[in-house]
Ligand binder design. Structure first.
Ligand SMILES: Nc1ncnc2c1ncn2[C@@H]1O[C@H](COP(=O)(O)OP(=O)(O)O)[C@@H](O)[C@H]1O
Ligand SMILES: [Mg+2]
Length: 372
């Protein structure tokens, strides 16, 4: 039983800085939960409170059924993997892997078996007699992961473990960690994993669920696809997805027939029928209109909204086209573009309004989500 439950957790540092505010999160047993957010939003502080490396100012932390606010790190059933590997430089890989078990006075044969098992799974058997100085960053990080694994913790905590690796290695380590999570589940000993990153791609590809944080507060907790398609607020909408969601500040208006539209400068763009009823109270109020790059089309015909191309980034199978739409800077994603587009050319564009989001300009809340 190793669910991790954070109830109204606060962290106020000694200098009075309130780093984490009323943090409530239920991480299920065997779940892969990612904490993601910009640098400084208190991801590490939160993880370190779970690990017992940082004190909790108020609130309750349960790991399994135990209240762990004051439990020593070694009694929490956790193992942590850090960005800087934290291997002992004077020890071989084998000694690094075995060290934590030796200090816990595990029998020699158990230690040997676990070290060999972990080494095999992580494909570092060939490296067992090397020292950290004789290995690459990716190899060191596999050892660091192995050192956490041999302890057979119920909860793995990762703090940006891949940030020091180059892009290609990051992808392969990402898959390795995901596979390890699946493997442990298949073996009937599921491990709860809490993974901190500032990289939204890492979060999207690894998490069963993702907790998006900003300034020490939770913005939304949901599955990767729900965060993408149903962001609860403007912060999540802009943080998840690359290139970023386009945001245009405007107003909501209603015509004589009672139909709602978004007013962007001198343009009125009708809202889909599904959004009409829910937004009627916002008529005349400032809003932010959000549309993902793949939901803007560049048209061949002359019947859309007029825009000027300011930049074209050709990526091969797709192109990111930067547009100036009456002073709004937009990015549009074109898949398999047949004809290249030129900078400074005038085009007609259209918005896929069924996919748009409307945010309250003041609170940032997504007011266009269907209420159920
Ligand atoms: N010991 C400390 N004393 C005071 N403020 C701190 C301390 N450690 C971190 N902070 C502040 O708390 C905030 C969150 O830090 P951190 O948890 O490291 O963020 P993240 O991991 O998301 O980048 C930052 O503003 C940071 O400056
Ligand atoms: Mg950090």
């Amino acid at each position: 039983m190793a669910q991790v439950k954070l109830q109204n957790i606060n962290k106020v540092y000694k200098n009075g800085f309130h780093a984490v505010r009323d943090f409530c999160l239920d991480i299920k047993e065997g779940e892969f939960m990612v904490l993601v957010g910009p640098s400084g939003c208190a991801k590490s502080t939160t993880l370190r409170m779970i690990a017992g490396l940082e004190s909790i100012s108020s609130g309750e932390l349960h790991i399994g059924d135990k209240l762990c606010n004051d439990a020593a790190p070694k009694d929490r059933g956790i193992a942590m993997v850090f960005q800087n590997y934290a291997l002992y430089p004077h020890m071989t890989v084998r000694q690094n892997l075995a060290f934590g078990l030796e200090t816990r006075k595990k029998p020699k044969d158990v230690i040997e078996r676990r070290v060999n098992e972990a080494a095999e799974l992580l494909e570092i058997t060939d490296l067992l007699d090397r020292k950290p100085g004789q290995m690459s960053g990716g190899q060191c990080q596999r050892v660091a992961l192995g050192r956490a694994m041999v302890r057979k913790p119920e909860v793995f905590l990762f703090d940006e473990p891949l940030s020091n690796l180059d892009a290609k290695l990051r992808v392969s380590m990402r898959m390795r960690i995901s596979r390890l999570h699946e493997q442990l589940k298949a073996d009937g000993r599921p491990a709860t994993m809490v993974y901190v990153t500032h990289d939204q791609v890492e979060a999207m590809t690894m998490g069963d669920r993702i907790c998006v944080m900003n300034k020490g507060e939770i913005m939304q907790v949901d599955t990767p696809l729900n965060l993408y398609h149903k962001p609860a607020n403007r912060f999540v909408a802009e943080f998840i997805g690359s290139p970023n969601m386009n945001i245009m500040e405007g107003m909501l208006s209603q015509n004589d027939n009672g139909e709602l539209a978004v007013v962007l400068g001198k343009h009125r763009v009708a809202l889909p029928a599904s959004m009409q009823a829910g937004l009627v109270n916002y008529v005349g109020k400032p809003i932010a209109f959000g549309l993902r790059p793949e939901h803007i089309d560049i048209l061949d015909e002359q019947t859309g909204l007029d825009a000027t191309i300011t930049e074209v980034e050709e990526m091969g199978p797709e192109a990111f086209v930067h547009l100036n739409f009456h002073g709004y800077s937009l990015i549009c994603k074109r898949v398999n573009p047949e004809s290249p587009l030129r900078r400074n050319s005038e085009h007609q564009i259209s918005f896929n309004m069924d996919k748009c989001h409307i945010f309250d300009k003041e609170t940032g809340l997504n007011i266009s989500l269907p209420t159920c």
